[in-house]
Design a protein around this ligand. Sequence first.
Ligand code: ZN
Length: 223
Amino acid sequence: MFIGHFGAALAAKKISPKLNLGVLFIACQLLDLIWPALVLVGVEKVAVNYSATVVTPLDFAHYPYSHSLVSALLYSAIAAGIAWKAFNKTKPAQELAAWTIGGLVFSHWVLDFLTHRPDLPLSLKIDSPKVGLGLWNSLWGTFLVEVGIFILGVACYLQASKKMTRKTQIPFWSLIAFLSLIYLGNVFGPKIPLGTPSSAIAGPALSLWLIVIWAYFADKKTT
Ligand SMILES: [Zn+2]
């Protein structure tokens, strides 16, 4: 899943309007922000396999540290703890921030579970059972679910960000347009060539961090 994760972060703005969208984007995509670095250092493995799924030819052969259920729970707890520490001024806000951030980090695994074929390990063990409901085997099913979550997220964000000015509208809407274009390219565009080395897959994936920075500045004036 790609755009659906951002949809979850945009929707979370309605629950915790004080949290900047850049922070929410880090939370919703934390697993995918960690993953490229682990592939680049050779700890996790990815390859191109056209029989993997209809939507993506990426074969996530080994990624327990970024995408196992155990890792996702651990990252969620750590992220919630950091949010708890960072928002320690007032009690309800602190609790809300911790739950929102922790929940968003874990939402990544849940949404990946929905879309991936059974390639998500439950634990770090090499022989761990792998799970995934395989929505990626349906092009239009994936498109409808992901776009639905994204549109819902944008609607929630707009409701929560009443202080949007002209200055913040341009970076926000250009971000939404940019994410939509990348998504359309991913789903309907040309597939990544067979034999592409894992570094050439993971390297560009690091640019996800630029989207986080973009979201931070797009939302700066509304928080
Ligand atoms: Zn993921």
